[in-house]
Design a binder for this molecule. Sequence first.
Ligand SMILES: Nc1nc2c(ncn2[C@@H]2O[C@H](COP(=O)(O)OP(=O)(O)OP(=O)(O)O)[C@@H](O)[C@H]2O)c(=O)[nH]1
Ligand SMILES: O=C([O-])CC(=O)C(=O)O
Ligand SMILES: [Mn+2]
Length: 641
Amino acid sequence: MEYCAKNQLLDKLPKELLSYVQEKSELCKPDHIYVCDGSEEENKMLLAAMEKNGEIRKSKKHKNCWLATTDPRDVARVESRTIICTKNQHDVVSTPKSGFRPIVDPNMPNIKQTALGNWMDTDEMILILNERFNGCMKGRTMFVIPYMMGPFNCPYSKIGVELTDSPYVVCSMRIMTRMGERVLNELNKVESPNFIKCLHSVGVPLPAQEPIINNWPCNPAKTIITHFPERNEIITFGSGYGGNSLCGKKCFALRIGSILAKKEGWLAEHMLIMGVTNPKGEKKYFCAAFPSACGKTNLAMLQNRDIIPGYKIECVGDDIAWMRFDEEGRLRAINPEFGFFGVAPGTSQSTNPIALEMIKEDTIFTNVAETSNGDVYWEGLENDVDLNNVTITSWKNQPWQKGSKEPAAHPNSRFCTYASRCSIIDPNWESPEGVPIEAIIFGGRRPTGVPLVYEVFDWDHGVFVGATMRSESTAAAEFTNKQIMNDPFAMRPFLAYNFGQYLSHWLSIGQKPGLKLPKMFHVNWFLKDPITNQFLWPGFGENIRIIDWIFRRLNNENCAIKSPIGYLPEKGSINLTNLKNININQLFHIQKDFWLKECKSIREYFVENVNDDLPKEMWTQLDLLENRIQQIPAIEREKCA
Ligand SMILES: Nc1nc2c(ncn2[C@@H]2O[C@H](COP(=O)(O)OP(=O)(O)OP(=O)(O)O)[C@@H](O)[C@H]2O)c(=O)[nH]1
Ligand SMILES: O=C([O-])CC(=O)C(=O)O
Ligand SMILES: [Mn+2]
């Protein structure tokens, strides 16, 4: 028996769940079924079994830390194989003006692929999935993971149950969600409980037909991540990588979540949530939507280090926000997650000391490198690890030296640890009523043209700024070359219903009378000097200077001037004390040609991808922006920053 088959919890499954388990186990044919209780003992048992199989290694240095290295074909989310299935295509994607994209898999000719997500007919997809799942768990154990997104006593939390044949998924779900017997207890409190059904398989029944690379079973040729909002179901096959396999995170909390949010009048967004206390002791909460691998974790854990004495940051969440207006008209946010699944490269003592400290215990690392003295290693740790006295083994299990052609760690290597391990976790991070949000910040990686920070004019303009976000692609998904891609609201990979309707929802939610609407901003930490290719802004802790400006704007300080794209900081209004060699003009230059081109690409993007579904307010905003840029007075920008 591969894993101890402790089945007594089977008796505790509500009948709806039991019949789901029965139905799927008949299809997948696992050798065992195991209901997870979420205990420490169970976690230890699973980790030990995985260590024995060689699926993970124990860190020689850090307590209860584990290293997994994947099959190199299974390292990130696969957007082209992420599909939303419904009866009607239009509920999910508009028909692009110039037609659908070429299909990725000739065996699935009827997927409709677009720049804003992929759709397929439910019944047709079920046939494809039944073929893949038939017998897919032979020789393995089917784990049943009852889990909750959101705090236990919160009325807005939601329950899912994931069936998976991956113990790596079980141990990761234990970190990322509240899971186990206490969720079964919640399910049993009501007559016919609601839960999102999730089925996951690595897609490698045993004995395996092909060698299992790095002891990481996966099936890249058949990988498919599917969502059935009309059936409250998620079915994902072939990948063990977190973003594809931990159903609570992207599949539920963002994709299915945003559909529930639309129906029920709230928002499920790809946003960090942070508490900011200013030197006077006033506290406000901000959230921020940056695309994958564009700085959410880092901003949520920003360390001020007396750059502006008196400021303090506390972290509520680093990836997902569920938000709704309360009875007093304030926008309140909860973090539905229980842990952090963060990008490892770039995390260092100088950039994110809080995260570095947090991952010293109870952490699962995936695709990082290892030092000869048992520490973890990745790009960015050059100054924290004495490279003269240790040797490094890369994530591909090869000897690695400074200057090697390939990186030591995969660029999308990740750490996975409990939120409670974060030393600056906010005291209200599990508060059932959520924290009141006063600022919404959009941002992305824009090497040119987009200034360090600006404030939007009003709610509709804010929705427009979110809708027109663009960012350089990163290693978080399968795109290999750096290209500027549209990533509206940082949700492109996570949109699960028609983007036009998504925008209408955002517009309408801000229109109810009596709301205390948050102010909205756009930031860009990633401007580069075109000649040296170096970042123009030091970023990380230094971003407190921008957080400070935003905080003061929330207090209506008169420190902004109107520009064609929004309010820019007035000259001298960003605190630059002790910061040397900053070219502030370059950081705030609004170039007419750049912005006219930007308008042109936005228009093309809207026409091609959203067209008749785009709310009229967005066309109006685009016309207004274009007109303001046409009239750009050359002297205006001199007054700012
Ligand atoms: N230059 C610069 N790089 C940054 C800054 N903030 C974050 N980064 C780098 O950007 C990468 C991704 O940052 P994260 O904070 O992990 O991104 P995220 O938005 O949380 O990513 P997901 O978990 O994929 O959603 C890391 O390599 C960081 O070191 C910044 O202010 N300046
Ligand atoms: O899902 C993942 O791989 C991690 C993540 O947060 C993202 O990509 O935005
Ligand atoms: Mn993310």
